[in-house]
Design a protein. Structure first.
Length: 564
């Protein structure tokens, strides 16, 4: 890592010195020794700094930027020469004469007037102090001139706008009166906002748009799609409105549901004939009481991760609180909620805390209230298996609902059916009998038996636009079911790597903080100030202090530097 940063900081001939060295951590010391042999020479450094003092560009006109550059170059080289043990404290007269020759005529005249008022020869600090005062004065004058110029331009624009306001207003009133009515229902709204127009099939919308002679791109009167400057279709980027987008005909080879067999649906449609009592995995353990006495007990190994999907109308705090109330009414009050750092979840947490603090049941809810936990940024794996279920559901839905428009009821029904599929996945065999083909599912922990769905004939039509509304939802469910049973088996395999720890987070360690918005060479440096161990004693989250502030990141977003 150090060698990587060293090569990224070198330019020109310095980069050529270590260009042919292998890019490994063992060669860092060799590269550093080569650079020291080439450039760690005091005589060469002194010569370069003195040459920089004599070759600085003179000021052609009175400007704060040129004077600032002149003073900065002088101070930089003087400090470098002083570091190289040169007697710079005796060079004041020489440096003042050399720099004063590079001043512009106005600043040079002011300096000569100021020097004549002094009783003793000026020092270098007095000369720099005088130049800095001139720079501050010029900066104020330049700033005031910019403000005055901007105000003049604003006044000119206001005068031009006043002269044309009357003509524009008269024309806009005429256009508004002619084009504000919907040509389909004669109401006071535009065509693309008309509910009657939006409820029509896509082919009928295209025919109506051509009949009314509206712009096919924005569905407004008065111009054509060739001269329209508004955005195009958000699906295919063609020059037409999104409401006029029609999915092209697809062949049978591209059918998203190419004939799923009956075996695929047998697990979902199967009716179990087992008794109401089911066999669950248990284990004998010893529990330590409050007095230290150990008691034998049998525990239930509940490895179920049931899925509950809620559809909301907006990603807001109010919608989240309403969804949480629906969840509590159906499943019961949860002990804790893990979520990402979304602003809607943070706002909902603050809102609920405010309600609880202002009510009379604050003391009761403090003992049995809901604990909100937020995962560190860029660390979704901290949510455990729940995040894996979210990934599986979201990934399949994105592929299924790419060009499908569903109503709230249809989308809610589709999500409920997908939730049933996820809660029907097998966890472990119910019995050791080889003839017993039933498996324990998350549904057994919810309703005490496996979930069953209403049988529906297989939908083989690949063009979803030809189907009825309820058939579209059924096609999406069948497609999701086929993809899920094919991809769920690979998740049951045991991982053969990442079984041992690669290290731990120690306070004081110098690290790189990963940032997805920046390339690797621009990741900020930081130092660990505090760690947060988990329930198993392993530290996976740390508080890192960077140049811009303090952040909390997971171990997967931190790169410790091998400095030792």
């Amino acid at each position: 890592m150090r060698f990587h940063y060293l090569r990224s900081c070198l330019r020109g001939s310095a980069a050529l010195v270590i260009k042919n060295i292998d890019f490994t951590s063992e060669n860092y010391n060799n590269a550093w020794d080569l650079l020291c042999q080439r450039y760690d020479k005091d005589q060469l450094l002194i010569h370069n700094h003195v040459q920089a003092l004599f070759s600085v560009a003179p000021c052609s006109k009175e400007s704060s930027k040129s004077l600032r550059y002149l003073i900065d170059v002088t101070n930089k080289n003087i400090r470098a020469l002083k570091t190289l043990k040169q007697p710079t404290e005796h060079w004041d007269t020489l440096i003042i004469f050399m720099i004063s020759q590079k001043l512009d005529s106005s600043t040079s005249r002011y300096w000569e007037e100021h020097r004549n008022k002094l009783s003793e020869p000026p020092t270098l600090n007095q000369f720099i102090f005088f130049i800095e005062n001139q720079i501050n004065l010029l900066e104020k004058i330049e700033e005031n001139s910019k403000i005055n110029l901007k105000s003049k331009e604003t006044n000119n624009n206001n005068y031009n706008n006043k002269s044309t306001n009357y003509i524009i207003q008269s024309n806009s009133n005429q256009i508004q009166s002619n084009h504000s009515k919907c040509p389909l229902c004669n109401e006071n709204h535009l065509l693309y906002t008309c509910e009657t127009f939006r409820s029509l099939p896509t082919e009928v919308r295209i025919e109506k748009a051509k009949k009314f002679k509206v712009c096919m791109n924005c569905l407004r009167l008065g111009h054509t799609d060739r001269t329209c400057k508004l955005s195009h279709c958000k699906y295919c980027k063609a020059r037409h409105n999104t409401l006029l987008h029609s999915e092209p005909e697809r062949s049978a080879a591209s059918n998203p549901m190419p004939g799923a067999d009956n075996v695929a649906f047998s697990a979902n449609f199967e009716h179990s004939n087992t008794a109401s009592f089911i066999l669950l995995s248990t284990a004998m353990v010893r529990v330590r009481g409050a007095d230290g006495t150990k008691h034998p007990a049998r525990v239930l190994l509940d490895n179920v991760k049931a899925v509950h999907i809620e559809l909301v109308t907006a990603l807001s705090s109010e919608a989240y609180i309403a969804a949480l109330k629906r969840f509590v009414s159906r499943r019961g009050k949860p002990r804790s909620i893990w979520s990402d750092n979304g602003t809607n979840f943070v706002g909902a947490c603050n809102e609920l805390k405010g309600v609880l603090s202002n009510s009379d049941i604050a003391s009761f809810m403090s003992q049995e209230g809901i604990d909100f936990n937020f995962s560190p940024p860029y660390s979704p794996h901290f949510n455990g298996l729940a995040e894996a279920a979210v990934k599986a559901t979201k990934g399949h839905l994105k592929k299924l609902l790419s060009l499908t428009h569903l109503t709230y009821e249809e989308m809610s029904s589709c999500l409920c059916q997908i939730e049933a599929i996820l809660n029907s996945r097998p966890l472990t065999p119910i019995s050791s009998d080889p003839l017993d083909l039933t498996a324990l599912t998350p549904a057994h922990f919810l309703i005490g038996r496996p979930l069953t769905s209403v049988p529906h004939p297989q939908i083989t039509d690949g063009n979803i636009t030809r189907l009825e509304r309820y058939q579209r939802v059924e096609l999406i469910r069948q497609h999701f079911w086929k993809r899920f049973i094919n991809e769920y088996i690979s998740l049951l395999q045991q991982k053969s790597k990442w079984s041992t720890s690669t290290g731990s987070l120690i306070p004081g360690t110098l690290v790189l903080v990963k940032d997805r918005t920046l390339p690797a060479l621009l990741w900020p440096l930081g130092r660990i100030t505090k760690t947060y161990p988990g329930s198993d004693g392993i530290t996976r989250v740390a508080e890192v202090k960077t140049r811009t502030g303090t952040v909390v990141r997971g171990f997967n977003s931190i790169c410790p530097l091998p400095l030792h």
